[in-house]
Ligand binder design. Structure first.
Ligand code: BTN
Length: 247
């Protein structure tokens, strides 16, 4: 149970819940009911946490579960970039709280890793009524603070003292707002650069699971839209828009 509560502010419209199925599901209902951008749903525990690609998100009490409503000035085509903006924001905050010997890295597109194990994840969901504009997006962020599922990492592993979900939420909202503004005003280039500096396995061989095949290649970086650039064994470059990277 988190003890620290973020202070109310004009930029943080916080809805705090003890237990909920999924903060993303709750926030999506609010978004459909005209709740404003900047509304943040925070739960201390989830009973039906969801991950990307239909996975379950193990949600132990005391970890961070938050979902932010955004009303971005972006087209559906630009929405892929948003996941990199959020991933960089979350990584920046987590880098500040782990001890120096621990490394925070990003796995394409937006998994957060701590010394090679998954520490956090991001699930962005949008209204899909059209391609021209996006009425709302819900950005769900989960970070293992006190306890991790088998094979994953939590901040407690990284000898972090006194870092509570509420502190992280407050810092993540600040950093996200800053970087989202930067993205809307100046575009994707610097976000892309920042993501690449934190990328895991860059210039190394990775495997990618696509709907109908698994492929291996060297991870060359991101293209201007955030697609993964993979050098195939025949030397040709392939761009991946969606899929699961594994090692
Ligand atoms: C992933 O698969 O890596 C994404 C995980 C996203 C989990 C967070 S926890 C808060 C929000 N509510 C959910 O049900 N999922 C997201």
């Amino acid at each position: 149970m988190s003890l620290y509560k973020p202070a109310p502010s004009p930029t943080l419209n916080l809805i705090e819940l003890q237990t909920i199925g999924s903060t993303n599901d709750y926030a999506k209902q609010l978004a459909k009911n005209a709740y404003p951008a900047g509304t943040v749903v925070w739960a201390h525990e989830q009973t039906a946490g969801r991950g990307r690609q239909g996975n379950t998100w193990e949600s132990y009490a005391g970890n961070l579960f938050m979902s932010v409503i955004l009303r971005p000035k972006a087209s559906m085509a630009q929405m892929g970039q948003m996941s990199f903006v959020v991933a960089v924001a979350v990584a920046k905050v987590l880098e500040k709280v782990v001890s120096v010997q621990y490394q925070i890295r990003l796995k394409w597109p937006n998994d957060i890793f701590l010394n090679g194990k998954k520490l956090g994840g991001i699930l962005i969901e949008t209204e899909t009524t059209g391609v021209q504009s996006v009425p709302w997006a819900v950005v769900g962020i989960g970070v293992n603070v006190v306890k991790a599922p088998e094979g994953a990492a939590c901040l407690a592993d990284a000898k972090v003292q006194k870092t509570e979900a509420g502190h992280l939420l407050e810092e993540i909202v600040k950093e996200m707002n800053f970087l989202l503004k930067h993205w809307e005003e100046k575009g994707f280039d610097q976000i892309r650069e920042a993501w690449l500096k934190k990328a895991w396995k860059i210039d190394q061989e990775i495997s990618v699971r696509l709907p109908k095949e698994e492929i291996k290649g060297v991870f060359l970086g991101l293209d201007a839209q955030g697609s993964l650039r993979l050098k195939m064994p025949d030397g040709k470059e392939r761009l991946i828009n969606s899929g699961e990277v594994f090692f």
